[in-house]
Design a protein around this ligand. Sequence first.
Ligand code: BDR
Ligand code: CA
Length: 312
Amino acid sequence: MKKIIIDTDPGQDDAVAILLALASPEDLDVLGIVAVAGNVGLNQNVKNALKVVELSGRTSIPVYAGCERPLRRPLVTAEHVHGQTGLDGPNLPNPKIDIQPTHGVDYIVETLMQAAPKTITLCALGPLTNIAMALIKQPAIAERIAEIVLMGGGYFEAGNITPAAEFNIYVDPEAADVVMRSGAPITIQPLDVSHGMQATPERLAAIRQLGNKTGTAVHAMLSFSETFDLKKYGWAGAPLHDPTVIAYLLQPELFEGRQCNVSIETASELTVGMTVVDYWHVTDKPRNATYLRHGNADGYFALLTERLARLP
Ligand code: BDR
Ligand code: CA
């Protein structure tokens, strides 16, 4: 059983990732969820996280608010993809559960410092601001983290917010740089994997046919995401990014990649936020990450559908 903290900016695909984790209690012990500014502003992301926790029925899972803006740059948001609420699509009630009083960054630091070393995995589904702030505030956490598994970046598939950069890294490249240099074990789920994870009409129908409240809500979320992404890519289904992080923890055999150096561009105006991946080991820079490149889409959607069936 892995203990995890989910750092997130929900976001329809973040919401599905959270639900996948909460539907898998025999594999994953979700200690807490920390919101970060990203897809929309912090307060709305917190509200969305609370709504998703309520939808899952796991209302004892604590939700914290982290940072409201990137380390050095003004916040860039993605209402054009996720809608004004960040979670457009389903009609979820206003949450009754409350946010925790502790700041999300302090929660991450305190939890890691109190737990036995290498027992907690950080799952990062948004810009890396909170995790970088935690590493800056208490550098000793780097060697206590079991693993950071993050959705971000892209190399063979390039960018989705600029030609060179993926959204999560682009929003806070300085934070991504702090994380990549931290020395903590890192696994990256980039666009190179998630672009192959397309929510086709058949896969969406299987989720709707679950017939539970969660299946109906997830179907509405992902149908909303389709509207933007299908126009953009012209594919059979929109890529489902963030649940790849949780699926990796549940069934790592669904994914393939290799250890290599991943560095973040923070200076160039043209390519800021680019993940520069030394996939072919052409430098002797330290191999600071496992960079995943391929995923089994049928296995991924089968896992997701089977687990979502367990929720209310
Ligand atoms: C990432 O950006 C966000 O909009 C999604 O939630 C995902 O984390 C994909 O580039
Ligand atoms: Ca996200």
